[in-house]
Design a protein around this ligand. Structure first.
Ligand code: KL2
Length: 449
């Protein structure tokens, strides 16, 4: 009953020796990623009822802080994605030590009066920074997006050095870190926050592709959503048909079916947000371009036509129009609002970032569920490391060697809820947060740059 390092992730049993693709082993770049919600002291104090099982001393920042830093130092991840990082603790206690350890850090505090936020740190001797995007999910002009959560998207470039000399530069790596809204009833807000995150990742990936580079992706954080439920499905399958789902169902955190709550119908957010149902940015420029595309022909965009479809003029049958029963005699008012929206929209969210989870959410021996967080009310997986996987070459036509993608080569095992209760729950004298750290090791093929 301990956390152990597991070699060889999901493809450990595959007989295919990767050396056959990479005879030059120096062309391989291994790196580790940690995702860790370190429990902001202000949130701990605001929700004391969740920690009544804990001895008081393990709840003190002065006790937790050295243990948190020890956990990071012990595994020394190349990339570190932290959540619930309280600004004053970041400035006074965490950042100085992390800098000392060789990390370059980017911090984004939550908006409003929230005192914590996310921090993404990377080892300066292994990666160089190409771009930083700080995302705020609070959008005053969008009613749905009234919560203070944030995200960080970095574009990093792996650097292989020998002494002070740069030997090689790898294909770019997009590293995204977020802590989505907690409220189990508001899956609709979580989906919109995730869509912003995915749109930014998509735009970073596209900017690389425009330069002829294939960009790998790591998306980690606390998604406040459990495995295999709708929000998770959207991330890992790239699609979610959400029509009529209760907003509480999206995250799967708790069963709120006995309570009245609203169901999801399209559109989830207004087009003024500038994000499509494909989780991509719509820029004025793109709309303009798509209108111009067809060799000078004037064209209306799909969105524009949808907006016009139910305007008053479109709802009146011209007097001279032939009356065909059931076809031209139907007045739009006769159709229920529900049928209207059903036919107007696909009710499907999708995205084009290929992502899978580094963890399987089930413990190999016992078959029990892994948990990443535990306190007096819940034990669950809500934290993830998602990555763009390297696809097996047999998936593709012979001779088309697939370049790019990350190979999962190891991870730090999680524990079950029972394991954690046997050590008095979280936080305890060993684990200083109400979350465990997640740690995965990936391999990147530098020759695929
Ligand atoms: O679940 V978390 O903990 O990812 O570990 O994210 C939120 C919760 C975090 C930021 O809002 O604060 C915790 N009940 C339980 N936990 C809560 C509550 C609550 N009512 N409100 C905030 N958090």
């Amino acid at each position: 009953m301990w956390r152990v390092w597991e070699e060889g992730g999901e493809s450990s049993t595959a007989a295919e020796p990767f050396q056959s693709f990479c005879p030059d082993k120096t062309a391989l770049f291994d790196f580790t990623v940690m995702s860790y919600n370190i429990l902001a002291q202000d949130l701990l104090e605001a929700n004391q009822g969740l920690y009544t099982h804990c001895p008081l001393e393990v709840l003190e920042w002065s006790y937790r802080c050295p243990l948190l830093l020890e956990e990071i130092l012990k595994w020394a991840p190349d990339i570190l994605c932290l959540q619930e990082v309280q600004e004053n603790h970041y400035k006074e206690d965490l950042h100085p030590v992390l800098s000392q350890m060789g990390y370059t850090c980017v911090y984004k505090r939550r908006t409003g009066t929230k005192t914590d936020g996310c921090a993404t740190c990377y080892r300066g001797d292994r990666f160089s920074e190409r771009s930083v995007s700080l995302l705020e999910f609070f959008r005053p002009e969008t009613e749905l997006l009234d919560r203070d959560n944030v995200g960080i998207v970095l574009l990093l470039q792996p650097v292989v050095t020998q002494g002070s000399e740069v030997k090689a530069k790898g294909p770019p790596l997009c590293v995204a870190n977020t802590h989505l809204l907690f409220n189990p009833r508001r899956g609709d807000v979580k989906l919109a926050q995730l869509a912003i995150m995915l749109a930014e990742i998509d735009s970073v990936v596209k900017s690389c592709e425009a330069r002829g580079e294939r960009c790998n992706v790591v998306l980690c954080g606390d998604f406040n959503s459990v495995p295999n439920m709708p929000l998770y499905q959207l991330i890992t399958t790239g699609q979610l048909f959400y029509r009529g789902l209760g907003a509480w169902m999206i995250s799967g955190q708790e069963d709120l079916s006995h309570k009245a709550h609203h169901r999801l119908f399209a559109p989830l957010w207004p087009s003024s947000l500038g994000i499509t149902e494909n989780c991509q940015y719509t820029t004025g420029k793109e709309t303009f371009e798509s209108q111009r595309q067809e060799s000078g022909k004037l064209q209306y965009t799909h969105d524009f036509l949808l907006q016009r479809r139910f305007c008053p003029a479109a709802c009146v049958r011209p007097l001279d129009m032939e009356l065909i029963p059931g076809v031209t005699d139907i007045t739009p008012g006769a159709v229920t609002q529900l049928e209207h929206t059903a036919e107007r929209f696909r009710h499907t969210l999708s995205h084009g970032v290929d992502l899978q989870s580094a963890y399987t959410h089930i413990l190999p021996g016992s078959g029990h569920s892994e948990v990443t967080t535990l306190h007096s009310e819940v034990g669950a997986t809500v934290d993830y490391i998602f990555y763009s996987p390297k696809h097996d070459s047999s998936d593709h036509k012979a001779g088309h060697l697939v370049s790019g993608g990350l190979k999962l080569i190891g991870r730090l095992s999680l524990l079950s809820e029972a394991d954690l209760w046997s050590m008095n729950g979280l936080p305890n004298h060993i684990f200083p947060s109400d979350h465990l750290s997640l740690l995965a090791k990936f391999q990147l093929d530098l020759s695929a740059a």
